[in-house]
Design a binder for this molecule. Structure first.
Ligand code: HEC
Length: 428
């Protein structure tokens, strides 16, 4: 009793001191202060039909789980966000700001008041414009109910005679509970078509031997909580002529048989855009301490060094990629003046949450710079994700039990002023 009385007096004092712009528990209500944060950071996954196990869309949803919400936001377990925000922040960052975190904690501690509903309605926008074209897996895939993870290739022939310029792209899983992540590549040789719906374990080694030159080895990707990506006017992604979209898909284990026929939504650009988004992929070729092999019972760090960049680049996004032995990943650029430009740091790699990290604005990397990456892999039994028990020798490969080290950027050729552009628009 007296404790809470003291607390109340303390809060009144704090409210007098901080006024309206600080975190003042007396004035915090669900509708005004909390719902906008939850809509922005949580309900992308925590709503009906999405990956998370329960919805956080209504006041009641949040209120009845208040103590669990308090625990997971305080510990930063939720929202899932694996990049180190002190190294670099991102446009599509889900992590809560300190201010939002404090608001949620203070609101819960002071009783989680509901307040009055706001006329304006939800701020989240889950209603995207209609896509211009939807392409899907050729047939529904049956996910066996054998409690095993599934890694599959799907080939979607687009059969486009000319390149398609896109202002937006979205991967839309149809089985949102089991779809875990996807990587979408582009093949224009049609040689991957026979591998439609085959298992990555089996097809991976064969595809590797065929050594098919992909038109794009990482065109776009998807993890839960990702939505279609849109680009500003005049900037577009391109789907080359005669494209087959090759989807590398991971499904979570299921106890009962289910189906999936995921879609890719294409949003056409108006006319031919002035600037095209290109992809830059650094793979194991650029590792400086080869061989790229993993002896059992060892932890090893591989280092990557790009060639000296011949032109100025404006980076849009970065995507590090490893498999199950991955532990941490860091990348940065060193400019000709010796300055360090931080790109990404993932201190605790999680295979299930790999995603495209979009820079807040275009990030200029001057000509003459070199991009570096360092990735640590744990091939001991201390790594709970190690696919082999006891640990075995692991090599490079497409199979999930093999390893990879990729560093993928989306970029535009730099134009003066890019670094000052408000790339995603003022409201973002
Ligand atoms: C990218 C998707 C995603 C986002 C965004 C997200 N969650 Fe979750 N959340 C999940 C998934 C998946 C689970 C279940 C698996 C797990 O616990 O990791 C979960 C579990 C939880 C749990 C239960 C934890 C437990 O121990 O059982 C709580 C509480 C929770 N989330 C709250 C939140 C809150 C609050 C936010 C926003 C601040 C949020 N989540 C944002 C995907 C998400």
């Amino acid at each position: 009793m007296s404790g809470s009385l003291h607390l109340n007096i303390f809060l009144v004092l704090v409210c007098l001191i901080v006024g309206n712009d600080g975190v003042c528990s007396d004035s915090l209500t669900y509708f005004i202060d909390i719902k906008p944060i939850i809509d922005e950071h949580c309900t992308g996954c925590h709503r009906k039909g999405q990956t998370a196990p329960f919805s956080l869309e209504s006041y009641e949803d949040v209120k009845k789980r208040a103590s669990m919400v308090e625990m997971v936001v305080e510990s930063k377990y939720m929202p899932p966000w694996h990049a180190d925000t002190l190294f670099r922040t991102f446009h599509n960052q889900r992590a809560l700001s300190e201010e939002s975190l404090n608001k949620i904690l203070t609101w819960i501690k002071s009783g989680a008041a509901e307040g009055l509903p706001q006329k304006k309605g939800a701020v989240n926008s889950f209603n995207w414009p209609s896509p211009d074209k939807i392409v899907a897996f050729q047939k529904p895939f049956i996910i066996p109910g054998d409690n095993e993870e599934q890694y599959r290739f799907f080939v979607i022939p687009v059969d486009n005679p000319t390149p398609i310029y896109l202002r937006g792209v979205g991967f839309v899983p149809k089985n949102k509970t089991l779809a875990h992540h996807s990587r979408i590549m582009i093949d224009t040789t049609k040689r991957i078509r026979p591998f439609d719906a085959t298992s990555v374990w089996q097809a991976g080694p064969q595809l590797e031997k065929m050594n098919i030159p992909l038109a794009n080895s990482f065109w776009t990707g998807w993890v839960p909580g990702n939505f279609p990506l849109f680009y500003p006017d005049g900037v577009a992604k391109v789907l080359p002529a005669n494209a087959d979209l090759v989807v590398n898909m991971h499904y979570a284990p299921s106890a009962k048989e289910e189906t999936d026929q995921s879609e890719i939504h294409l949003y056409y650009a108006k006319g031919k855009p002035r600037r095209i988004i290109e992809t830059l992929v650094f793979d194991e070729t650029w590792v400086t301490n080869k061989p790229f092999e993993f002896q059992p019972d060892t932890v090893i760090t591989f280092y990557m060094r790009s060639p000296v960049l011949p032109v100025d680049l404006s980076l849009l996004s970065v995507l590090p990629h490893m498999h199950l032995l991955g532990k941490s990943f860091k990348s940065f650029a060193i400019t000709p003046d010796g300055d360090m430009i931080p790109l990404i740091h993932i201190p605790e790699w999680d295979f299930n949450w790999q995603q495209t990290y979009q820079f807040n604005n275009l990030l200029k990397i001057p000509r003459g710079s070199v991009i570096y990456a360092e990735a640590t892999f744990d091939n001991t039994k201390n790594n709970p994700k190690n696919p082999y028990f006891p640990p075995a020798k692991v090599r490079y490969g497409w199979g999930t039990k093999d390893e990879m080290m990729n560093l993928i950027f989306e970029y535009l050729l730099y134009e003066p002023g890019d670094e000052y552009l408000d790339f995603y628009g003022a409201e973002n």
